[in-house]
Design a protein around this ligand. Structure first.
Ligand code: AMP
Ligand code: GLY
Length: 438
């Protein structure tokens, strides 16, 4: 029986550990650092960890000697955690090398790669500094006016990692021009100036062993804006569900065949084989699916809904991936649908109020089809306190479909309370609204 180490502390890491613990091959799941719930999970244990320090994470791996290490968030991968572990002889790592993690860590890199492979994406110009961006946007503005073409807007994207921020969707070219000084001050000089695309978004997950790419046959949809009706600031994600009706299994396979496989093949040719979770943020435009971004890990909260649906042993799938035998791995998904409602702390994302008591989770989980994954929580004297922007991911699976999954998740949400007066929850009441309206 094997020991696994899950690096990270959010809902994604909780659900991955929960799913791995269901494997008969797994005897212990160590979370570094985990949250209030992970230490209480079956086979679970938390260890103190600083996920911003590669040295401290390597120390933990050397101390714990896991049979498999799963890296949840992107930042340690972009900083070279997988490389550092390989150097020490730990090669059973789920997560790409630093070079391969550029797929998420550099928008210039992924834009150029897509362009070379004719992968459908927004037209974009990489600009090294504010002067280049300004010159390009001025030229574009003049061209639109001379040709009397309507201005559909512009998207500014910071080249590097920005923790889910670093993207500004502007309604006009002028707005983009006006936003440049503040944007570059906040996120650095290198910006991708991109065409604004329109359509419904969806997420595709796949796994790659460096050669073969196997997609999850189900697509998911996240809700990035904080408030109902897709209003308010962008967040890490306020809720998710799957399957998303915008992209059926055939569309997911086409995204994999026409976009993800060529990318993985090209990266292997360039000497930076991609081994790990590959998650494409997609938009269904009038011209068909286009890539918005690649991520080198599972999306959160989509991962919570995805793991509620995955029928197979995740440890066996990861094991086949590490051995380069992904074609032997089995992926099947339960019929019906799963949904995750994020309960965030009021004030999220700018200044979440934390420290309040979280109550009612056991009662909410009395429904066997509900599971509450923790994100920003800590345990104090046997009680659960809110400790982050996104506090909980209240997830439900229903064999009868999305309506019931959403209803049961919201019933569970209504049972969970904060009652100390120091803070409260904020959540969206319209998760899955696109699909439910159809
Ligand atoms: P990204 O980090 O690239 O996924 O961008 C974050 C969010 O910004 C996406 O989920 C979209 O809502 C939006 N976005 C990014 N690129 C574009 C684009 N080219 N056109 C319209 N919206 C975009
Ligand atoms: N759900 C969006 C993300 O994980 O980036």
């Amino acid at each position: 029986m094997d020991k696994v180490l899950v690096i990270g502390s959010g809902g994604r890491e909780h659900v991955l550990g929960w799913k791995l613990a269901q494997s008969s091959h797994v005897k212990e799941v160590v979370y570094a650092p985990g949250n209030a719930a992970t230490a209480q999970e079956i086979k679970g244990k938390n260890v103190v960890a600083d996920v911003t320090s590669i040295d401290s994470l390597v120390d933990i791996v050397q101390r714990e000697e896991p049979d498999m290490t799963i890296v949840g968030p992107e930042a340690p991968l972009a900083a070279g955690l997988a490389d550092a572990l390989f150097e020490k002889g730990y090669d059973r790592v789920i997560g790409p090398t630093k070079a391969a993690a550029q797929l998420e860590a550099s928008k210039f890199f992924s834009n150029e790669l897509n362009e070379g492979l004719s992968v459908p994406q927004a037209e974009a110009i990489p600009c090294q500094n504010i002067g280049e961006a300004r010159a390009y946007l001025n030229l574009l503005q003049r061209l639109l006016s001379v040709r009397s073409i309507s201005d559909k807007g512009i998207v500014l994207k910071a080249d590097g990692l920005a923790g889910g921020k670093g993207v500004l969707v502007c309604d006009t070219t002028k707005e983009a021009l006006d936003s440049l000084p503040k944007f570059t001050k906040e996120y650095g000089p290198k910006i991708l100036v991109a065409e604004r695309l329109f359509g419904e978004e969806f997420s595709v997950f796949a796994l790659s062993d460096g050669e073969k790419v196997i997609p999850f046959g189900v697509s998911f949809q996240d809700h990035k804006r904080r408030d109902d009706g897709d209003k308010g600031p962008n967040t890490g994600g306020m809720g998710a569900y799957g399957p998303a009706s915008v992209a059926d299994a055939k569309t997911v396979q086409a995204v994999c065949d026409k976009m993800l496989k060529p990318v993985v093949q090209k990266m292997a040719e360039r000497g930076m084989p991609y081994k790990g979770v590959l998650y494409a943020g997609m938009m269904m435009t009038e011209q068909g699916p286009k890539v918005l971004e690649y991520n080198v890990r599972f999306g959160d909260p989509e991962c919570q809904a995805a793991m509620m649906l995955l029928q197979n042993d995740l440890y066996e799938i990861f094991d086949q991936m590490i051995r380069g035998r992904l074609d032997k791995a089995e992926f099947s998904f339960l019929p019906g649908a799963a949904c995750t409602i994020v309960m965030a702390a009021k004030g999220y994302p700018e200044s979440p109020q934390t420290g309040f008591l979280v109550q009612g989770i056991d009662k909410a989980e009395k429904n066997q089809r509900v599971k509450v994954f923790h994100a920003g929580t800590v345990e104090r004297d046997g009680q659960t306190l809110a400790a982050g922007g996104r506090v909980l991911g209240v997830s439900a699976y229903s064999p009868s479909g999305l309506n019931d999954a959403v209803r049961e998740a919201y019933e569970a949400v209504s049972i969970i309370k904060s009652n100390t007066g120091t803070g409260q929850f904020h959540y969206r009441t319209d998760i899955a609204h696109y699909a439910l309206k159809k």
